[in-house]
Write a protein that binds this ligand. Sequence first.
Ligand SMILES: Nc1nc2c(ncn2[C@@H]2O[C@H](COP(=O)(O)OP(=O)(O)OP(=O)(O)O)[C@@H](O)[C@H]2O)c(=O)[nH]1
Length: 347
Amino acid sequence: MVEQKTAERMRVPVIAVTGHLGSGKTSLLNHLLREPGARIGVVINDFGELNVDAALVTGQVDQAAAISGGCLCCLPNAGGLDDALQQLSQPKLRLDAIIVEASGVADPVALARIIQFSDVGNVRLGGVVEVIDAVEHFRTVDTEPIPPSRYAVTTLAVIGKTDLLTAAEREAVSARIRDRIRERNPDVYTVTADYGRIDPQLVFDTVTEEDPLDQLPIAQLLREEAAQDHTGHQHASSVSREFAETVLPGALVDLLENPPAGAYRMKGRLRVRGPRQPRGYLVNVVGRSVQVERLREVPEAGELVVIGMDLATDAAAASLEALAAADGGSPDKEGLARLERHRRLSE
Ligand SMILES: Nc1nc2c(ncn2[C@@H]2O[C@H](COP(=O)(O)OP(=O)(O)OP(=O)(O)O)[C@@H](O)[C@H]2O)c(=O)[nH]1
């Protein structure tokens, strides 16, 4: 996978799982923790419902940090969360992601801000996953004429508990929830999944068929175990491409700012044409948020991966081809300035 090709560790994505009381956050978290091969840290304010012991036994949670004092974003100075992130983002833990499960009464907007503007240097906001109870939603969360402001920070909305609706209601209710979310924030990516059974690939990097077996000898075993797991999920699609040559910065920014139809995440390391020499960049797109970091070492070859549930794979492959083929012939100063602007905003 992209991240494993170099020893250079980049910032750890922090994913917030939000949602009303009882909406299914813990179910989603437990589902994600069952994913083999990923090293996930968890911050949660109530360990009661999470089967942390089981997760520890299977080696998927390396260290869990608790926050006492109730609602995350009501903590006096967010110090509790920062401390937990500090602890979990230590390079020696080599975590692939940290998941923060907010209590049902936490304000997702405040929580997302706390993570985004955290004083902890080596973390980045990796998305806000809002879990929705399709049965109770219009009695609890979406009760006013204007759709709830919490959607402003949502990147992925997971509509669950549709198994409790009749077949006739299921599509209509899901569509109504989606419409209301989009009315507030058209960039939210929505999926329907009961018991939080989403493809973990949407949220963090997982072991894939592409991993060289000699690099991850246990991967095959873990995959076989996962294949026997009956709590299956619908699989996301992904399209990736290697870039042997440098890419033009402007063409890269165009793609990052306008991901292919159906894409939720994009990630990659790229050799980008610079004024004199190639530069190395790490890029991450979650929903419409573009995060760019400069790599100390320029990679020998670039790679970009696009992931989504309803990904238009042909169109995504064509976009990656177009990026490879883009050739302005000039140093593309303006494109580099746009890329650098994203990098500064990501700091
Ligand atoms: N039928 C059905 N039940 C679900 C689904 N998702 C979650 N549940 C159940 O709903 C209840 C609440 O789920 P949790 O995952 O604990 O919800 P939560 O958001 O973590 O709850 P709080 O931490 O109390 O806010 C549990 O009994 C779950 O088993 C679903 O898609 N379908």
